[in-house]
Design a protein around this ligand. Sequence first.
Ligand code: CTP
Length: 416
Amino acid sequence: MKVVLGVGGGVAAYKSALLLRLFTEEGHDVTVLPTTASLNFVGAATWEALSGRPAPRDVFEDVEQVNHVRLGHEADLVVVAPATADLLARAAHGLADDLLTNTLLVATCPVLFVPAMHTQMWQHPATVANVATLRSRGAHVLDPAVGRLTGCDSGPGRLPDPPDIHAAAIALVAPDSTERPVPARDAVADGVLSGRRVLITAGGTREPLDPVRYLGNRSSGKQGVALACAARDAGAHVTLIGANLQVEAPDGVDLVTVETTDQLHDAVLAATPDADLVVMAAAVADFRPRSLATHKIKKSDDGTDPVIELTRTPDILAEISANRARPGQVIVGFAAETGDDTHTALEFARAKLARKGCDALVLNEVTGGAVFGQDSTAVHVVTPDGNTAEATGTKDDVAVFLVGTFARIPASTVGR
Ligand code: CTP
């Protein structure tokens, strides 16, 4: 595979020498494109010796080889590590003032940016907007790790370890799910959602029939609440919309409580414009009684059975997926499915993902009512590119895995 490794001007550039080694030891052809600023940290001789190739920077070097177009055309994968605030800004704005940014404009292969900078720079609205722009165009941007930075300060902004970058990069070009990244068990510690706003729905909606009865479902809200905790611990600002939660809502999140699907619909629509990631984990009623009796429905004297007429509720997930509230927003649905004689649960999940138009669907197999109210679960995450990631464990562990997985999903271009 032909890899272009772009190196930005940050102290973390030295770690990219190890990353380069991981690629070359697997037999990949790597061309390193250092920015001029990066040569203050690691010299061209290091890149040329380790890659066995020239490490050009300028579009006017070796012009006869048309490097500014050729390298991007030929690349199977472009990795930019470290991606500085300046480099992210130049890429987001389509500037082409050196060989690396030219290559980024030409490349049609997967592109992975691996930011590294001080926390304030990473969290600055300009950088946040540039990252959102790049993600909305299909580029992959890893969130930086949390830890010691160049000075004595620490926080989100550290370049992830080279083996993690390598695994994330290879996963982008891996032909099947077996080579997908290892589930992000350390997602919380790594602050993968640092600075992001996450909206999570949890629980199950209830549709009143009369003042004492309702149509409901068996969702306890455990998984959605575990997701809210994991997202909060991973650095996100979390809004949790709880529908009849049977577990305690966590501290440190903004809680909105609802009962019916209509209330959930209104609460979700009010909150989506602010959300970078929307996770629809709530079990939403598909039907509600056409009319609500104002008095308790009594048994009839003549023994006839009552008839309850139902009507459809709005499909919230499909609606917000079709009308994205903001560019770069990632929307995830959940589905509890069983297989039948003709289709597996996974096949049903893939069909539902396409129908809903969201960016990922988390499948729970619920044969025999397993999962509801339980502490453990097994999930598959399906995405429109046909890939699947899976995890089994407690709902808390699975939530950490899911948060890490969601953080890496490229936003869909559907509806934009
Ligand atoms: N959902 C929603 N609005 C609805 C129904 C479901 O937003 N009226 C969301 C759920 O929160 C979940 C996803 O859609 O994230 C899938 O829910 P599910 O009930 O499996 O979807 P349905 O479209 O109802 O599919 P089915 O006909 O198989 O029940």
